[in-house]
Design a protein around this ligand. Structure first.
Ligand code: ATP
Ligand code: MG
Length: 345
């Protein structure tokens, strides 16, 4: 790897995908459609794929140390059950590869306070209590930039909510390259495409569905059983009107649009196609059809997750092996970064 070639996109870098999910609660349908489902599909493309359970991000808000190992294994089980293949992808948890935290520290000296202050996720998660939040929550995007750039990842599949953090990753890479007069880090591109990139809360169509959200009724969990899924969709907030004749008719109807998007993402089609098929349908028809579709897609995955979680030692073995492979890529990149910065090691 040379860092003296002219800049430009990231053509000289190995096509490589990095992405992660926090073990901050049970996996949701948003995590599945915005992240995991696409991680699986991307294994068939031209990229090397690296998928991480980002436990160091999870602890930026309080996590019970007795529960964290189980949640970490649950996210790993979600990846595996959905079809992430540990032979074709590198799958591990972040805490096993110390270079993530080390590079994050180096990036803390590159990133600016003002950049962090502008982050929507910081504003939303800190709320009115910014003074009481951990420093880690504030510096979160710096760690995320480290996760990505430690592997010179060229592409990051994420949901819409993470777009701003990938942009900040590019800002950090650009400032590092500029300040140190090199072209060492790539300009990573976010991959945010298709329906399902921003699944909304079932009780409030203006907020995104999150695993750490307050009420269980606002989200579908990947481990929910068929009855629970049917009940949650039945109680999902909607307006009284039936589905419109065209997608334009969803414009001012966030809850209706969300349910159509979920349907489209689960069935690998477009909102237009869903509307073409269901135009004029009332919620009494559409919601049960949506619940059946979600159960059809999620039930095999949740059954496999439950089976995998019955053998935690096997999950740990897979993540430890993935971490060994991750270190092989990460360690030389970290070493070169410290060398560029003039640190003696
Ligand atoms: P938390 O509430 O703890 O932040 P989360 O549900 O937002 O949890 P993350 O671990 O922050 O999940 O994000 C993991 C991945 O899932 C990211 O790529 C993120 O963009 C994606 N994702 C999260 N929520 C959604 C959603 N509602 N729709 C689509 N993608 C989502
Ligand atoms: Mg989140």
């Amino acid at each position: 790897m040379s860092d003296t070639t002219p800049s430009g996109a990231s053509a000289r870098f190995t096509p490589r995908i990095f992405s992660g999910i926090k073990p901050s609660g049970g996996l949701t349908l948003g995590n599945y459609l915005g992240a995991i489902k696409r991680f699986v599909e991307m294994q068939d493309g031209e990229h090397e794929t690296i998928y991480c359970v980002v436990d160091l991000h999870a602890i930026t808000v309080w996590q019970d140390p007795a529960a964290l190992p189980g949640m970490t294994r649950e996210v790993a089980a979600g990846y595996l059950a959905a079809g992430v293949d540990p032979d074709r992808s590198i799958l591990f948890n972040q805490a096993r590869v110390g270079a993530h935290a080390e590079l994050a520290w180096l990036f803390n000296t590159v990133a600016r306070m003002g950049w962090m202050n502008r982050m929507t996720q910081w504003k939303e998660k800190a709320g009115k209590n910014a003074e009481k939040q951990s420093l880690g929550l504030f510096a979160y995007p710096s760690l995320m930039a480290a996760d990505i750039l430690l592997y010179h990842a060229t592409h990051v599949p994420v949901g819409e909510d993470q777009k701003q953090h990938v942009e900040l990753t590019r800002d950090i890479a650009a400032k590092f390259n500029h300040d140190y007069g090199c072209e060492f880090f790539p300009m990573t591109e976010p991959l945010i495409d298709g329906p399902g990139m921003r699944i909304m809360n079932l009780r409030d169509g203006t907020k995104k569905m999150s695993k750490s959200g307050e009420s269980d009724m606002e989200r579908i969990n990947m481990l929910d059983d068929a009855d629970t899924i049917a009940k949650k969709f039945k109680k999902a907030r909607t307006d009284p009107a039936p589905l419109p004749e065209t997608v334009e008719g969803l414009a001012e109807r966030p809850e209706a649009r969300n349910l159509v998007e979920i349907y489209a993402a689960l069935s690998n089609t477009t909102p237009e196609a869903v509307i073409a098929e269901h135009a004029g349908a009332g919620w009494g028809t559409f919601k049960p059809a949506l619940a059946d579709l979600a159960v059809e897609k999620l039930a095999p995955i949740s059954a496999e997750m439950a089976r995998l979680m019955g053998d935690p030692a096997e999950i740990d073995r897979i993540m430890a092996k993935g971490a060994d492979r991750a270190r092989e890529i990460a360690d030389p990149i970290l070493a070169r970064t410290t060398e560029i910065m003039g640190l003696l090691r």
